[in-house]
Design a protein. Sequence first.
Length: 182
Amino acid sequence: MKNTIQQYKPFFLFLLKFVVFYMIFTFLYKFYLNQFEVESNEVDAITEFVAHQTENTLQFFGKDCKVVKHDTQASYKVIYYNSYLARIIEGCNAISVIILFASFVFAFSSNFKTTFLFILFGSVLVFILNIFRIALLTVGLYYYPEYEEFFHNIVFPLVIYGVVFILWIVWVIKFSAYAKRN
């Protein structure tokens, strides 16, 4: 048993670092979310920020868009050319994806500065792409409402997770402790 653990020590170390980082930051995020009462239709500040940045993005490109607080749900309505097309809820703010991204990078961490900067850069990139994802989803729903499920459940998650996957590959090949050994 000891020989097996020693043989697979890098894997077990990766797994331990990943799980610990993921659990800590998921716990912190849940602690943050518990400050808001979903039953009272309160929306967390990050989701509110994403909603307003989506509105700003669409308006920047000359689109008629408003984002308004939902009356009966903990969400924001996206009103595009006077049509209520989408809701922005807590799950739309990309924080869970960012925690997953950062956990993997941390698990393959090299030195603190490189790891921190890569997590910061990647998180900002994912966050910005997520805002564009919601904006493009809104436009897509306006012109092609029959493809709502395809856009929401397949295309746009594929884009976000695809970018995260590419960032992971870049991290492992170029910056991680593993890349430095080989």
